[in-house]
Design a protein. Structure first.
Lengths: 356, 270
């Protein structure tokens, strides 16, 4: 329903470069990437607030370059909510309908309906400056939905909310998306939000769309190391493929060999990528040279994560991070400097060829 | 809060002392004049009820207000453009806006005079259709407009710049055209700066002398009248007119400043 075709857009020192994405009707689509990567600019481009220098934006198959923002039926909610400070909550929510010259009676009934739906009737006569962050958020979303848009754009909607309000808001947004058959495009740099809410996502790094697809696919099979790092692959280890025997590669990493399933040909520089949770640690001595992906390692640091988990930093000739329960670490008397054995499941390892 | 800290805070005490000097100068000058004027009440009353004086004060304030009204119609769009649009030559436009600030007032007067005089580039055609500027009310207005424009434009521009672009963007995605976003969001949110800019520019317009007499010695604005009486009847006569003008200005601006508190009040709440 919304499609970017080779979009180039320069804005001061920032630029979107050759961005092509496709967002389907009814998707809960996420645009993710580090801060300053150009995510908000993409939302503004969809709204029609910036015109592309090159390439086109299609909506329902039509090029919308010449359609001004007010005719696009797209509602945008900024991170700071951008409520009109000189209007009451009621007036804020009714603003869009007023601009579309809706009958005042109709505006009132629609506003009443939204006030009930978002549980903000009690603040209808208040001004935005006196509201809490959560209340402002509700007003902003109610205002965006008032004129029944086809697409809702959300720019980091949870960044300024306390955890309880945030949980509530996530549940509300998922419900709104489901009930209204709405296309939602949300910008974030939180991995957790993506995995809980998104159907599809695009990873934007430095103005370039690095990967696009279903959330599961992006998180399971990152296409390059930057994506892998962003989606939270803790171990990204550079090496080079020494042999490839019918799909089973041996990657040379600081003199050690890591075995993985891949079709990368021998001699290629690669990154070996796997999650900390896929590393197993056990106590014991003995010869490990014969077993696949078993290494001797020394604990260099223990970082409790605040919850039941602890991150274990190890040196196995190359640095490696493992994730264990705190209980497990205590039972095995983990301390810095301790020698242990580790193993990595071959099926959990991805080998990503370095683009030159 | 300020009262307590003023007593305890040495920094604020010394700042008050230094600031007091500048206030003291104005107050001393005013008191000095007030005492002299009040020592001859009959004379004061005679001057204050002189129709020539009253007419001149009314003329000055009205011409000033007239200039500001025209300035608002043309200045607000310009201020908005300068605040929002980025274009080549913006620096040049900004400098042009500020020119009246930098020029000596006599120079401003000459500029206005040779443009609007009977044989002037704009003055000539306007004169033929029955719209004279030389020694006429429009001449006063145009001179005041010229010298007060930067005060208004810069203040309004600051007001527009203070309104976050995001608010305008949101208004537009909600269905407002650029013009309605300007009318419903930008304008109300910068009302206070526009109002303050208008007061500042009005004050500047009322005070203009050099630029005004060059194009319009008659009808006499208050500055011209005071100068005329000073050179023909002496200091006593002219200083009494000055005193009456001070009283008029002081009361008008006090009321205007008070009113400004009710404009754009949402600011204080945030």
């Amino acid at each position: 329903m919304i499609e970017f075709r080779h979009l180039f857009l320069r804005l001061g020192t920032f630029a979107l470069k050759d961005v092509s994405i496709r967002i389907g009707k009814g998707d809960y689509y996420f645009i993710i990437g580090p801060s300053g990567a150009g995510k908000t600019v993409i939302l503004e481009a969809i709204s029609g607030l910036h015109l592309p220098d090159e390439g086109e934006i299609l909506m329902n198959g039509r090029d919308v370059s010449l359609v001004p923002p007010e005719k696009r039926r797209i509602a945008l909610v900024y991170q700071d909510y951008s409520l009109f400070p000189h209007m009451t909550v009621e007036k804020n929510i009714g603003f869009g309908l007023l601009m579309q010259k809706t009958d005042p009676k109709e505006i009132k009934s629609r506003v009443d309906e939204l006030l009930v739906q978002f549980k903000i009737e009690h603040i209808r006569m208040r001004y935005p400056g006196t509201l809490s962050g959560g209340e402002q958020q509700r007003v902003a979303i109610a205002r965006a939905l008032a004129s029944d848009p086809e697409v809702l754009l959300l720019d980091e909607p949870f960044a300024a909310l306390d955890p309880i309000t945030r949980e509530q808001m996530i549940a509300d947004l998922l419900r709104i998306h489901r009930e209204n058959d709405l296309t939602v495009i949300q910008v974030t740099h939180s991995r957790e939000e993506i995995q809980r809410m998104a159907t599809r996502c695009a990873v934007i790094i430095d103005g370039i769309c690095v990967q696009e697809g279903a959330v599961g696919a992006v998180f399971e099979t990152p296409e390059n190391s930057a994506v892998a790092r962003f989606i939270g692959m803790e171990n990204i280890i550079p090496g080079s493929v020494s042999t490839n025997e019918s799909g089973l590669v041996s990657v040379d990493v600081s003199g050690k060999s890591i075995i993985a399933v891949s079709d990368v040909s021998s001699g290629s520089p690669v990154d070996v990528v796997f999650r900390a949770a896929d590393v197993t640690i056990y106590r014991g001595e003995g010869d490990v040279r014969t077993a696949q992906n078993h290494f001797k390692a020394r604990i260099t640091a223990l970082v409790p994560l605040g919850g039941p988990l602890t991150e274990v930093y190890l040196d196995a000739g190359f640095p490696i991070v493992a994730l264990v329960t705190r209980r497990f670490a205590e039972d095995l008397d983990f301390i810095t400097g301790l020698d242990v054995l580790i193993s990595i499941k071959a099926s959990a390892i991805r080998v990503i060829e370095k683009s030159l | 809060m300020a009262q307590i800290s003023l007593i305890r805070d040495r920094c604020l005490i010394s700042f008050s002392l230094l600031g007091g000097v500048i206030l003291g100068l104005t107050v001393l000058a005013l008191l000095n004049m007030t005492v002299k004027e009040l020592s001859d009440i009959p004379h004061l009353l005679r001057v204050a009820t002189d129709t020539k004086v009253i007419d001149s004060i009314v003329l000055t304030m009205a011409a000033g207000a007239n200039a500001i009204l025209i300035l608002m119609i043309f200045g607000i769009p310009l201020a908005y453009l300068l605040a929002r649009a980025d274009f080549k030559g913006k620096r040049i436009i900004e400098t042009i806006v500020d020119i009246p600030l930098m020029l000596p007032h006599t120079v401003a007067g000459i500029l206005v005079y040779i443009l609007f005089m009977k044989r002037g580039l704009l003055g000539a055609p306007l004169y033929t259709i029955g719209f004279p500027f030389e020694d006429a009310y429009p001449g006063i207005v145009v001179a005041m407009l010229f010298v007060s424009s930067p005060y208004f434009i810069n203040s309004a521009r600051e007001g527009f710049e203070k309104v976050p672009v995001h608010l305008e963007n949101v208004a537009r995605t909600l269905g407002a055209t650029r013009l309605s976003a300007f009318r419903h969001v930008v304008l109300p949110l910068s009302a206070r700066e526009i109002y303050n800019g208008a007061i500042l520019a009005w004050g500047r317009a009322i005070g203009e002398f050099a630029a005004v007499i060059m194009i319009a010695y008659y009808p006499m604005v208050i500055s011209t009248l005071i100068y005329y009486r000073f050179s023909t009847s002496g200091i006593k006569e002219s200083s009494t007119i000055a005193f009456v003008m001070i009283l008029a200005c002081f009361s008008v601006f006090l009321v205007l400043r008070h009113l400004s508190r009710f404009i754009g009040r949402h600011d204080d709440r945030v």
